[in-house]
Write a new protein. Structure first.
Length: 201
């Protein structure tokens, strides 16, 4: 499986395109419409969009990808926030933010099969009530649950600091080592984060 990171712009989060066959891709947190252009430039067709949560800086490219043929999915409990709550004007001063339509939902523990990739869903509430992470092969896409030596804020709608720390503990208890691709900032590893956090959460 190949992981392609699309660098953020402004408030935008990291977006990841993952592919096993070099032709069909899954987009995780498409922050901006240019994600579609980048996928096309690389010869990839995005069939599926997976959201770690519904904040505006993670979903700005959903409308463009959906119009081009992708289906958009998120954890069942995150759908109301993803489709109705717009933090763009409150935090980023962005107007005419494209609406998000969720085509399918899933639950903690489900496994999604997409073009030779098995993507396991892990519900990790805290940053938002319906936040989740995705495990594909040895890659963990952690959204705003876990960053390099940090984590996402919990003072926005449906956020909960105690729940976030429990979610971080769940991730740190996973076996082995994994590459962690966060919603913001640089990649890290599970081994590094275990050593950094110790018993702090």
């Amino acid at each position: 499986m190949n992981v392609l990171r699309i660098l953020p712009q402004g408030f935008a989060a990291n977006c990841y395109l993952i592919t096993a066959d070099g032709k069909n891709a899954v987009a995780i947190d498409p922050a901006v419409p240019q994600v579609l252009e980048e996928a096309t430039r690389r010869g990839l067709f995005v069939h599926t969009v997976l959201l770690t949560h519904g904040h505006f800086d993670h979903v700005g490219g959903c409308a463009a990808l959906r119009e081009a043929g992708a289906e958009v999915g998120c954890l069942e409990g995150e759908k109301p926030l993803a489709e109705t709550h717009n933090l763009a004007s409150e935090l980023g001063g962005i107007q005419n933010f494209p609406p998000v339509h969720i085509d399918f939902t899933f639950r903690d523990g489900e496994v999604l099969e997409r073009f030779g990739m098995r993507i396991s869903v892990m519900g990790t509430p805290g940053h938002t009530a319906g936040s989740c992470c995705y495990l594909a092969d040895t890659a963990l896409f952690s959204g705003d649950t876990l960053f390099l030596e940090g984590y996402g804020r919990t003072d926005l709608p449906t956020g909960n600091r105690r729940a976030l720390f429990e979610s971080i503990r769940r991730l740190l208890r996973m076996e082995g080592d994994l590459l962690i691709y966060p919603g913001h900032g640089e990649a890290t590893t599970l081994a590094h984060e275990r050593a950094f956090w110790g018993g702090a959460v």
